[in-house]
Write a protein that binds this ligand. Structure first.
Ligand SMILES: O=C(O)c1ccccc1N[C@@H]1O[C@H](COP(=O)(O)O)[C@@H](O)[C@H]1O
Length: 215
């Protein structure tokens, strides 16, 4: 039997939305720690959210090119995963994994066949790969922009690589994404919001329901 689809809802900011997301059936939740993001949460609030989530759902803290002290601070909170969503090199990802002692998900921005080829460099140093749309030039952050990309580029990936798919997914598009791309998991942030940084219960529930039906 195929592995069950992993569903990650990213950008959770409050215990109330954490409860909604768990009740809706998410496998993993993401907490953003990046001040330019409308989903940014402080280390103190992430500590509270991780404590509330422990044993109920996998937790992931999303960082962008973090320095060593941020990695240490986040690792001390005991998340299941750290997601690296910046321009970290394979060498830096390996160093962060060694320092944190936490599973690492590396986001790789995709806009061309050359970008897809970059995935190979992270296979040895990350525990999971997340493919996301390459942000448009001038964007103030590297993700969470609701941007999609040409999924057919992913045909060049070795099919044995279990990757997560993100980038502009919504309750309306997630089923098509799953049947077309056949990812190991799906990840969404802005597609389940009513405004930037404001999660919508009904959109979260619809996303998970539609993903489960397709996966
Ligand atoms: O959500 C953000 O603001 C963000 C900021 C910096 C790096 C990553 C960010 N979000 C991640 O981007 C992908 C795709 O998001 P979307 O569904 O297209 O909105 C997802 O992994 C978010 O966690």
């Amino acid at each position: 039997m195929a592995d069950p689809l992993i569903i990650k809802i990213c950008g959770i900011k409050t215990p109330e939305m954490l409860d909604v997301t768990i009740a809706a059936g998410a496998d993993m939740v993401g907490f953003m720690h990046f001040p330019r993001s409308p989903r940014h949460v402080s280390i103190e609030d992430i500590a509270t959210l991780i404590s509330a989530a422990r044993g109920r759902v996998e937790t992931c803290v999303v960082l962008v090119n973090p320095d060593n002290s941020t990695v240490a601070e986040v690792a001390a909170l005991g998340p299941d995963w750290i997601q690296l969503h910046g321009p970290e090199t394979p060498h830096r990802v390996a160093a962060i994994r060694a320092e944190a002692g936490v599973e690492i998900m590396k986001a790789v921005p995709i806009g061309s066949a050359e970008d897809v080829a970059q995935v190979t460099g992270f296979l040895e140093v990350a525990d999971r790969i997340l493919v996301d749309a390459k942000p448009p030039k001038g964007a103030d952050r590297p993700g969470g922009l609701g941007e999609t990309f040409d999924w057919s580029l992913l045909k060049a990936l070795d099919p044995s690589i279990p990757f997560m798919l993100s980038g502009g997914l919504t309750p309306q598009t997630v089923a098509d994404a799953i049947t077309t791309v056949r990812p190991f998991g799906v990840d969404v942030s802005s597609g389940v919001e009513s405004a930037p940084g404001v999660k919508d219960k009904r959109l979260v529930e619809a996303f998970i329901r539609n993903a489960r039906a397709a996966g």
